[in-house]
Design a protein around this ligand. Structure first.
Ligand SMILES: Nc1ncnc2c1ncn2[C@@H]1O[C@H](COP(=O)(O)OP(=O)(O)O)[C@@H](O)[C@H]1O
Ligand SMILES: [Mg+2]
Length: 245
């Protein structure tokens, strides 16, 4: 059974259709990259998966269980299995690195402080931030802050991680340190959705690449298919444009 199934999914903002019959199966440990022009619906799809936007048709199943967007309790449970990291890392400025990573597991999940801290320290070491536990966000570079944000997401022990343009706001020389962190998660077998404009990276890590345009999935396949031998003219055009710069 796939870990995640998206079946004939359709979503609107008001009267405006932004996702049109999306079908996608994701196995555990898969890295799915969503690519496509701005406004094609990539972030909206992640919002629907997080339970933040109810679809108007179709369904999402997680481990075979249909997401019921009217059932708050179930939504909360689903949300706790998913972690999302955005372009804007939004760390709590008045908290240290360690506090940023431990606050939700302690306050929201009610887990024991010592256990949460030990785990958080291990995560922060893993993302190369073990030396900055007592630093505040404004003492860190953008790349370091984003790595803390990724550790914060992982501290909730999610089953699926959604990364929405996590390197888009970073200076070019800081992009790679964040991508290295994502590479490590991929190697650990974490199931991930990645939205990124770093096409070299997408090509390297993805088990599945989904090209979206205007709320539709135009084409999906493995990285080699999508980048080297796209079957759709629209995909060829997009990939050609993006690989040229
Ligand atoms: N909160 C919102 N309210 C209304 N329309 C929105 C909202 N967010 C996004 N949209 C519209 O939905 C479409 C898809 O947007 P989005 O999912 O953000 O695309 P992408 O992430 O691929 O750039 C766009 O036409 C966008 O203008
Ligand atoms: Mg987006």
């Amino acid at each position: 059974m796939p870990q995640l199934e998206i079946v004939d999914l359709k979503a609107n903002y008001g009267a405006h259709t932004v996702l049109e019959s999306i079908n996608l199966n994701v196995e555990k440990g898969e890295i799915v990259s969503l690519i496509g022009p701005s406004g094609s619906g990539k972030s909206t799809l992640l919002r629907v998966l997080m339970g933040l936007l109810p679809p108007i048709a179709g369904e999402v199943r997680i481990d075979g269980q249909k997401l019921d967007y009217d059932n708050r309790e179930q939504l909360r449970a689903i949300r706790s299995q998913m972690a999302i990291v955005f372009q804007q890392y939004n760390l709590f400025q008045n908290m240290t690195v360690l506090e940023n990573v431990t606050v939700a597991p302690i306050k929201v999940k009610g887990r024991p402080r010592k256990e949460v801290e030990d785990y958080a320290i291990r995560l922060l070491e893993k993302v190369g931030m073990g030396g900055k536990l007592r630093s505040y966000p404004d003492q860190l570079s953008g790349g370091q802050q984003q790595r803390v944000a990724i550790a914060r997401a992982l501290a909730l022990q999610p089953g699926i991680v959604l990364l929405d343009e996590v390197t888009a706001a970073l200076d070019p020389e800081l992009v790679n340190e964040v991508l290295d962190t994502v590479r490590m998660l991929a190697a650990d077998g974490m199931t991930m959705f990645i939205v990124s404009h770093e096409m070299g990276f997408v090509r390297e890590v993805s088990s599945k690449v989904v090209f979206m345009d205007g709320g539709h999935v135009v084409e999906m396949g493995n990285a080699k298919q999508i980048f080297d031998a796209p079957t759709q003219a629209r995909t060829r055009e997009f990939v050609g444009k993006i690989l040229r710069h």
